[in-house]
Design a binder for this molecule. Structure first.
Ligand code: SF4
Length: 368
């Protein structure tokens, strides 16, 4: 397989692929009076514009709280897409990264979709350019093309199926049962995990999430020895050495549910630490331990937080609602072509809801 490698520390022509640029764009945290004023302003603006706030689990806790207080949602990318499509509001404010705003627009072309910062992207999306991906597909016309949600509208337009980490296992199993060979993009760790679990014939693109790629198996093994009572919950975008030590492998929602329903007193969690905010609210009695990234003594090789998710801020939400900035446009025919693979996934998960409730791998985790 041809290697497609990107250096996310080097800035490209518009700066969007550079993590340093992303961190530099993260607005300063507001002081409590300013924060309260921004939240009040957003509540008024949401009403005035017939808008609803759709937030991902990885964004700032204030934004998550605001979404729930105003009748919006905090969810993973699958539920965000469904919620935005089904909600009656004329404007969707998507707090997350760009492919999430694009998915919302693809599903709801008549709604206005705004984002706090259009530079908020994703290493998986950046690492799978549409022209290179199309050439890869053209070279393997016998394969069913399955892409992860974390891709551009142009890549989805080339795909047969879109999946999220909530439903990837169920959908690939379904395709395997039909005798299909699969071309998978872009996350290599998730692809490898699905391949191992299903035994499907899968050809993998070589992409990775810069956050989940940083979790370390050796350091996790050491941490587990310090906390033998803790269960280990891992997102499947993590390296094989980390996934191999997991009690549960699943999407953000499946990890959340594993803590809520599990009977262990403590959990070591390997995913973006933005998720901790919601888990702490819902399970205040459980001990949560962040899985190690670059080692016990390392402080900042990585911080288990996505720089592009961090670009979402209250100030950006005020600005997009006041000025109409950050609007997502997905031109035709790309939108119509991308719609097919998303709808196929939504129809499948509606018809087979059990695939969403069961994490891919569960070992000895009590009620989870
Ligand atoms: S956490 Fe990873 S997968 Fe999610 S948006 Fe950031 S880079 Fe992409």
């Amino acid at each position: 397989m041809e290697q497609v490698l990107y250096d996310y520390t080097r800035q490209d022509h518009d700066g969007a692929s550079c993590t340093a640029h992303a961190w530099a764009k993260v607005p300063e945290a507001l002081m409590p009076p300013e924060r309260d004023a921004a939240k009040a302003r957003i509540k008024a603006l949401l009403k005035a514009h017939d808008a609803v706030l759709v937030a991902h689990y990885y964004v700032d806790g204030d934004i998550q709280d605001l979404a729930l207080e105003t009748g919006g949602c905090v969810a993973d990318s699958l539920e965000m897409a469904r919620f935005g499509r089904d909600h009656a509001a004329k404007t969707l404010v998507v707090a997350g990264v760009r492919f999430m705003g694009e998915s919302a627009k693809i599903l709801s072309p008549d709604k206005r979709v705004l984002m706090p910062d259009l530079d908020a992207t994703c290493s998986l999306d950046l690492g799978c350019p549409a022209d290179e991906f199309a050439a890869f597909c053209d070279a393997h016309p016998d394969r069913t093309v399955v892409v992860y949600a974390n891709t551009s509208a142009a890549v989805k337009a080339r795909a047969d199926w879109m999946v999220t980490s909530s439903c990837a296992l169920g959908i690939v199993n379904h395709l395997k049962d039909q005798g299909r060979k699969i071309l998978w993009a872009p996350d290599r760790h998730l692809g490898r995990y699905i391949q191992e679990q299903t035994g499907a014939d899968m050809l993998l693109w070589n992409g990775a999430c810069i956050v989940h790629d940083e979790f370390k198996g050796l350091e996790l093994d050491l941490l587990k020895r310090d906390h033998p009572e803790a269960k280990v919950l891992v997102h499947p975008e993590s390296p094989a050495s980390v996934v191999a030590q997991a009690d549960v492998v699943g999407s953000t929602t499946q990890i959340l549910n594993a803590v809520l329903k599990g009977d262990a007193p403590a959990y070591i969690i390997a995913t973006d630490n933005g998720l901790m905010h919601r888990i702490r609210q819902l399970a205040p009695d459980k001990t949560l331990i962040e899985a190690p990234t670059a080692g016990r003594s390392a402080t900042c090789k990585s911080c288990a937080h996505c720089p592009w998710m961090a670009m979402n801020a209250l100030q950006g939400i005020v600005a997009c609602l006041e000025q109409g900035s950050g609007e997502i446009h997905v031109p035709e025919p790309t939108r119509a072509q991308a719609l097919g693979c998303i709808e196929r996934m939504l129809d499948f998960t509606a018809a087979h809801p059990a695939v969403l409730q069961t994490p891919g791998l569960v070992r000895n985790i009590g009620a989870a």
